[in-house]
Design a protein around this ligand. Sequence first.
Ligand SMILES: Nc1nc2c(ncn2[C@@H]2O[C@H](COP(=O)(O)OP(=O)(O)O)[C@@H](O)[C@H]2O)c(=O)[nH]1
Ligand SMILES: [Mg+2]
Length: 257
Amino acid sequence: MLTSWLYYNGKNLQNKDLAKVLEEARANKVESLDLSKNSFSNISFSGEPLPDLKVLDISYNQAEMANFVLPAALFPNLAYLFLHESKIKNFEIRGSLPRLHTIDLSKNQLVKFELSLENFLALETLYLYKNPIEDTVIRGFLKDGESCLTDIRNYFLELEKGEIINEKAKLIIVGNGRVGKTSLFKKLQGLGFDKNEIYTHGIQIGKLEKTHLPEAKTENLNLNVWDFGGQEIFYATHQFFLSDDAVYILAWTKEKM
Ligand SMILES: Nc1nc2c(ncn2[C@@H]2O[C@H](COP(=O)(O)OP(=O)(O)O)[C@@H](O)[C@H]2O)c(=O)[nH]1
Ligand SMILES: [Mg+2]
């Protein structure tokens, strides 16, 4: 149960006002501080620690927030940090927060996420969805309204070990018509060769599993294979299906160039 609150939402507060508000919260032993819907352009905290503060909400910031830097020493008991839709570009927590339970960073402008999770051992929820994160693996974990903490934690652990085991992937076979794309896919599936292989219309989607590629280094394999029709009429639509997190096979023959 939280017993003391301080609301400063929608008061057009700016960077220069922050120190005063924090001092008021500290003096009144405030447990929950709502600073949402204000106009901070950078957040850098200073002053005396606020050991009573458990909830800090700076969501819906109206100005572009280039940097959000939180020194852990100032908020030793912080449990909830809400920063939803706050136009944040860089996010950093300096030090460890052993009681931090939730971080909401959804709908910001983060291209990177690099938090040392071992500094936040009580963390149970991390919202990162709707950020333009560059790392395609992390991006794959982000689902609207869902915490990505488990996936990110596992991913960071794997990175530390120097390996990422990804059993699920997309294989895309492209190339001109009649160069043997479908025949190649069938061969990988262990199917026979058909000298009268018919034209592929549009896109054919199939699967390859560990039994098809026993030499794969993973325990299991779940490869979605996209076999594109080679006819020129389909080229314009292909681009919508091409993504940078796939393995590509470009098939060609001298005769069909
Ligand atoms: N000789 C020969 N013919 C092939 C080979 N691969 C495919 N073909 C033939 O070339 C034609 C086009 O093959 P297909 O797999 O449908 O090509 P796709 O249009 O690229 O999917 C078919 O008649 C196949 O039987 C190959 O390696 N050697
Ligand atoms: Mg084909």
